[in-house]
Ligand binder design. Structure first.
Ligand code: SF4
Length: 314
C-alpha cells in the first residue's frame, strides 16, 4: 500500500448524554419488564441503534394506536412528544416511560412559560422534525409560530402579533444560521424574549465547533450519521461552510467512495450525536484496507454531561 492518508478526527463527536440516556432507558426497560417493549418513533435517529434494539425485543411504532398488546410498556423517543401522546397513553391505561432528552424538555418548559406569561412564541426549527412536532404540541394548536429560515424571519410583520413576542429553538440547529435568524428577529422585535439558557444544546454546539476547527484543513470530510438525523446533517453543512466543500453524510447504506478518498491526503471525520462510536471504527478499518492511515484526534473540548434516568427505572 503506497497511499498515505491522514484522518483528522473531531472530538467531541458521536453519542451525547441525551442519546446515551435514551438507549439506557430502553435497555433497562427491557431488563426490568422483559420483551417486547414498544418504542414510539426511532428512539434516536440511527439505523444501527434501532436494528440492535429490535433484535433485543423492541417493537418500533409511530403512533400509540399501533400497539397490539397494551399491557406492555411504551417508551417515548429522545426527541420529545406532544402533550396529546402521554394523555392518550393514560386514557388507554398504557404504562409509558418518557425518554425525552432533558434539554428538549427544557425547551418545552420555556415555551409553556412564555405562553403562560402572555407571549406569542416563535419556534425556530425544521418543519416535520419530531422534536418540532413535540415542542409545538406543548401548547394549544396554533399558539406557536414556526419559522425555518432567515427569509421566514424577514417576512414576519412587526404588527403581526398583538402581544409581546418570545422565541425558542430546536436543540439541533446550526449555531451560525440560527444566530442570523435571531438577529433578524431582534431587529424586528427589539423586546423579544429568549430562553434563560441557550436552546441549541451543548452537544450540537460542541460537535459543530470541533468540525469548524478542522474542516478547512481537510480535502474531504465525512459525518457518520443517518439521513434523518438533524444534528448530523447540520455537521455536513458546517464542514462545507467552514472550508471543505467535499463534505458528506455517510450512513453505511452505500459503499465507501474509496476511489475518491485515496486521491486525497487529509480526510476529516466526525459523527452525529446519535451515531455509535463503532461506526467510526468501521469507517477507519475500511479505509485501512486500501491505504496507510495516520489518525490525529483534534479535541476542542471535553464533555462531562450526564442525565439521570426516570425514577420508574430505579
Ligand atoms: S443532541 Fe442535544 S438535545 Fe438532542 S438528545 Fe443530544 S443532548 Fe439532548
Amino acid at each position: 500500500m503506497s497511499n498515505q492518508i491522514k484522518i483528522l478526527l473531531a472530538s467531541p463527536r458521536g453519542f451525547c448524554a441525551g442519546v446515551d440516556r435514551a438507549i439506557e432507558i430502553v435497555e433497562k426497560t427491557l431488563k426490568k419488564f422483559g420483551s417486547p417493549v414498544y418504542v414510539r418513533h426511532e428512539i434516536v435517529h440511527n439505523k444501527q441503534v434501532v436494528e440492535n434494539l429490535k433484535n433485543l425485543g423492541v417493537i418500533f411504532i409511530e403512533e400509540l394506536n399501533e400497539i397490539k398488546d397494551i399491557s406492555r410498556p411504551v417508551i417515548f423517543s429522545a426527541h420529545g412528544v406532544p402533550k396529546t401522546v402521554p394523555k392518550e397513553a393514560e386514557n388507554k391505561k398504557i404504562f409509558y416511560i418518557d425518554a425525552t432528552c432533558p434539554l428538549v424538555t427544557k425547551v418545552h418548559k420555556e415555551s409553556e412559560r412564555h405562553h403562560k406569561n402572555g407571549y406569542q412564541t416563535i419556534l425556530v426549527g425544521h418543519r416535520g422534525h419530531p422534536e418540532v412536532i413535540g415542542t409545538m404540541g406543548q401548547l394549544p394548536e396554533g399558539s406557536i409560530k414556526l419559522i425555518e429560515t432567515e427569509k421566514d424571519a424577514q417576512s414576519l410583520r412587526v404588527n403581526e402579533f398583538n402581544k409581546p413576542v418570545a422565541y425558542v429553538t430546536q436543540t439541533t440547529l446550526s449555531v451560525d444560521d440560527t444566530k442570523n435568524i435571531i438577529e433578524i428577529l431582534k431587529e424586528k422585535f427589539p423586546n423579544i424574549k429568549s430562553s434563560i439558557k441557550e436552546d441549541i444544546c451543548y452537544a450540537t454546539t460542541n460537535r459543530q465547533h470541533a468540525v469548524k476547527k478542522i474542516a478547512s484543513n481537510c480535502d474531504m470530510f465525512f459525518v457518520i450519521g443517518s439521513e434523518n438525523s438533524s444534528n448530523s446533517k447540520r455537521l455536513v453543512e458546517v464542514a462545507r461552510k467552514s472550508g471543505c466543500s467535499k463534505s458528506e453524510l455517510f450512513d453505511f447504506s452505500k459503499k465507501l467512495p474509496i476511489n475518491e478518498i485515496i486521491k486525497y491526503k487529509t480526510i476529516g471525520l466526525t459523527s452525529g450525536a446519535s451515531a455509535p462510536e463503532g461506526l467510526i471504527r468501521n469507517f477507519i478499518s475500511e479505509i485501512k484496507k486500501h491505504c496507510n492511515v495516520s489518525i490525529e484526534e483534534i479535541i476542542t473540548t471535553k464533555e462531562k454531561v450526564t442525565f439521570k434516568l426516570p425514577r420508574s427505572l430505579n
